[in-house]
Design a protein around this ligand. Structure first.
Ligand SMILES: NC(=O)c1ccc[n+]([C@@H]2O[C@H](COP(=O)([O-])OP(=O)(O)OC[C@H]3O[C@@H](n4cnc5c(N)ncnc54)[C@H](OP(=O)(O)O)[C@@H]3O)[C@@H](O)[C@H]2O)c1
Length: 430
């Protein structure tokens, strides 16, 4: 057998402790699979005395994670601290400068600095691996970069944030309000005290930018992702969606069009008979469309100690086996700068909900605005009339350009009988 692969783990929180447990419990199998032993030799976190449910006594402790990058006997630095900048980035760069491979679960780091770091890793002749950064336990990076390498992919999309999917599932199945389910998630520890990264779509956008780069061979371009979260989704919209034959999901969708790359994260109405409509709770799913393979769907746990450690371990095993794949599937210098398609040029079908004080002629005013913006209506639902009370008017419209739709909604919002901001949810034909 070859020399053991020696690794240093920076960050011993949910993922770091999970990885330590996985490597210590499965060391014999890992050695057989990798063809050499995988040994943790050094670790770093902030608090040496914290109770973590793992025994860190066998490993050299370093208060400063940067020390891990310069240790002579280390082959791989595993960055499990988090954050797009600061120590995570400094440590990653220092590891490359010292000829160490880096494995990370840090989507913010890869989404913001992936291209530069890929260049640095390549220059140093080492791997930069991040399977755990996207969709947790689902081996989607490996699928896209290796398993589907023979294809030209034209679209990749998925449910990329388990917290949002959990909230939307509970709202849909139990008719509960967003704030109520979010508070429960925070109590159970599923959502952070500051949940904005999850519920405002930023976490999903990080993952989508990474997926798009690997799928299409483009430079990671997080700034070009159109991002909306789920705060404005209401049980009433859930109910109407169900009546119309849809479920509401927060999707990340990246697609190649004739005029460039569209990347968007927002709530979508998806037909109830598509696989993605049935991905419930905190699960993730990713769908890829390729020219030769057709459509591939993968579903699984997107977060948590076990699934994330599983993905980190897979990257470490690849390094131990000597498998080297370019960071984003093609050499960093050959990644294309694909023109971003602005959201205003998106075309699709839409659901609109208006709260209307029922007066004669209102519907005619609304349809006139839609007509003036070249938006053609598909269906209208109007509910109970309590005299004087606003009633929901729900419309679906045929495929239209986003710019026309937003223009029409601005004008509709100004009609006197419309009492709340109009709600718009895009309908995806998947
Ligand atoms: N949790 C998940 O399910 C999940 C899933 C996919 C990806 N990820 C990614 O995995 C990474 C880690 O997430 P996590 O959930 O494991 O985070 P976490 O539980 O908050 O753990 C972070 C760890 O980093 C350590 N740390 C923080 N600042 C440090 C510093 N300046 N120097 C040394 N150590 C420092 C902390 O030390 P102390 O313990 O001493 O405070 C802690 O052990 C993040 O990039 C996250 O986005 C997480």
């Amino acid at each position: 057998m070859s020399e053991p692969l020696k690794i240093a783990v920076a960050g011993l929180g949910t993922v770091g402790a999970g990885l330590v447990r996985l490597i210590s419990e499965r060391s014999e199998d890992l050695e057989i699979r990798a063809g050499r032993a995988i040994e943790i030799t050094a670790v770093s976190a902030r608090d040496r005395t914290a109770e973590r449910g793992i025994d860190i006594a066998p490993y050299a402790w370093h208060d400063d994670p940067l020390h891990l990058a310069v240790l002579d006997d280390i082959d791989v630095v595993v960055e499990l601290i988090g954050g797009s900048d600061g120590i995570a980035k400094t440590l990653t760069e220092a590891a490359f400068e010292n000829g160490k491979h880096v494995v990370t679960a840090n989507k913010a780091l890869v989404a913001h600095h992936g291209l530069g770091l890929a260049h640095k890793a390549e220059a140093a002749g080492v791997s930069f691996s991040y399977e755990a950064a996207v969709a947790g336990g689902i081996p989607i990076i490996k699928s896209l970069r290796e398993g589907l390498a023979g294809n030209s992919l034209h679209r990749v999309y998925g449910i990329l944030n388990g917290t949002c999917n959990y909230i939307l599932t509970a709202m849909s199945e139990q008719g509960r309000e967003f704030e109520d389910v979010l508070a429960e998630c925070q109590k159970l520890g599923y959502a952070e005290a500051d949940p904005s990264f999850d519920i405002d779509g930023i976490d999903a956008a990080h993952k989508l930018a990474i997926l798009a780069s690997v799928a299409f061979g483009g430079e990671v371009n997080f700034d070009a992702v159109h991002v909306e979260g789920i705060r404005h989704i209401s049980p009433m919209d859930m109910q109407f969606a169900e009546e119309l034959g849809y479920r509401i999901k927060l999707l990340g969708i990246a697609s190649i069009r004739a005029d460039g790359l569209e990347q968007r994260v927002h709530p979508c109405m998806v037909p109830v008979d598509t696989p993605i409509a049935h991905v419930s709770g905190s699960l993730n799913a990713v769908v890829a469309d390729g020219d030769f393979v057709g459509t591939i769907v993968q579903e699984g746990p997107g977060a948590g100690a076990g699934p994330t450690a599983s993905a980190v371990a897979a990257d470490i095993i690849d390094i131990a086996r000597g498998l080297r794949v370019p960071t984003f599937g093609v050499p960093a210098g050959q990644l294309k700068a694909i023109a971003p398609v602005p959201m205003q040029r998106h075309t699709g079908a839409y659901y609109i909900r208006l709260m209307v004080v029922d007066k004669p002629g209102v519907l005619a005013d609304i349809t006139a605005v839609l007509r003036d913006h070249a938006v053609s209506m598909e269906s209208v639902l109007q509910r109970t009339r309590d005299p004087g009370e606003p009633v929901p008017v729900v419309m679906t419209v045929h495929e239209a350009e986003e710019a026309s739709m937003t223009g029409a909604l601005e004008e509709i919002a100004a009609i006197g009988a419309i009492v709340e901001t109009p709600r718009m949810i895009r309908i995806e034909s998947l």
